[in-house]
Design a protein around this ligand. Structure first.
Ligand SMILES: Cc1ncc(COP(=O)(O)O)c(C=O)c1O
Length: 351
């Protein structure tokens, strides 16, 4: 069977996509005249106000260069070195940040087993016994990713339960929201219902995967927690000199709900991809995608041929699972082409 041309979109990750045209326009518009550096500019003030309006709360906001840096800044404001973060063993802060949060906070990160990518109170509970004993790191932060690394979503009720548990034990709930837009779009509610009302303390509000060229915002839902944030951001190397260009991107994404439209589109493309590939003999989609990641089990001896045709990352070699991601740039045509290519390659005998 002849292979279709490689799709124009990459299914490797949502950060393989470029930026939204509206974001590029906003960058050009922000490139007019001088503006004071380090966030003392009109774009930063406007984007901060827009985020306050979105959250319906007097949140404090610090813009950072990237997702790892935003997690470092958010966590460092909550911790002293003898305290610790409890999170799942699949968390980005554990697996994919080269130890940056542990290095910059000086705190240990305690990874616990996940259930569907999520942190459970059962997994956290034993560590409460460590509180008050000087030999143990003192648990201070529960950290979760929304969307999780396994492509799943916490419901508002699940986040509320984690936040209550954290607060009962004088801890905080931190959310790595690199894909918060996909989560809100998938939840069918708003960010107030999904993040504010459950009692999240600090959130990384992801921009990059949603259509920015770079930049993320750390949002402090309890403004008093941001008291040292600007110092920590600077020391962590996360204060962009020309912050206006990060803020302008945030405003472009927030305007007319572009952030949600982009995310909804990515989520819809993942749903379509899951539907199409599940019909291919040899492919199994164990769980319907909750947002913009499709996890699929494939015949492992065909992995290299598939990757050579249109590159993507393997997820779990033991389980023969791969991850296919969609973004705001993925078109229906890309999805159909990709599924067609997978079908054609798997139909070959592989000899
Ligand atoms: C869950 C999660 N958190 C944070 C990040 C941000 O990482 P980066 O430092 O590459 O922007 C990513 C990017 O892949 C991610 O998937």
């Amino acid at each position: 069977m002849a292979l279709p041309p490689t799709p124009a979109a990459s299914f490797a990750s949502d950060n393989a996509a470029g930026a939204s045209p509206e974001v590029m326009d906003a960058l050009v518009a922000a490139n007019s005249g001088p503006a004071l550096a380090y966030g003392a500019d009109a774009w930063t003030a406007a984007a901060t106000e827009e985020l306050r309006e979105l959250f319906g709360a007097p949140v404090e906001v610090v813009f950072c260069w990237g997702g790892t840096g935003a997690n470092v800044v958010g966590l460092a404001t909550l911790l002293t070195p003898w305290q610790s973060v409890i999170t799942v063993d699949t968390a980005h802060i554990v697996v994919d940040e080269c130890g940056a949060p542990a290095r910059f906070t000086g705190s240990s990160i305690t990874p616990v087993p996940q259930v569907d990518g999520k942190l459970t109170i059962e997994a956290v509970h034993p560590f409460v016994d460590w509180l008050g004993t000087e030999h143990h790191p003192q648990p201070k932060v529960l950290s979760v990713s929304q969307v999780t690394e396994m492509g799943t979503l916490y419901s508002a009720a699940e986040l509320a339960a984690l936040a209550s548990f954290a607060h009962e034990h004088d801890m905080y709930l931190h959310v790595d929201g690199a894909r918060i837009a996909n989560a809100v779009a998938a939840s069918g509610t708003g960010i107030r219902e999904l993040i504010v009302e459950p009692g999240v303390d600090v959130l990384t509000f992801g921009l990059t995967k949603n259509g920015a060229i770079y930049g993320e915002a750390v949002v402090y839902l309890r403004p008093e927690l941001a008291a040292d944030a600007r110092f920590i951001r600077k020391q962590a190397g996360q204060l962009p000199s020309k912050t206006r260009f990060v803020a302008a991107q945030a405003s472009a994404l927030l305007a007319d709900d572009l952030w949600l439209r982009n995310a909804r589109h990515a989520n819809d493309m993942a749903a379509l991809l899951a539907e199409l590939v599940a019909e291919i003999p040899g492919v199994e989609v164990p769980v319907a995608p909750a947002a913009n990641a499709v996890f699929a089990r494939i015949p492992w001896d065909r992995l290299a041929d598939l990757q050579a045709w249109s590159f993507f990352w393997e997820w779990d070699p033991q389980e023969h699972l791969v991850r296919w991601m969609t973004s705001f740039t993925t078109t229906e045509d890309d999805v159909r082409t990709f599924a067609g290519g997978v079908r054609a390659i798997l139909a070959e005998d592989g000899a």
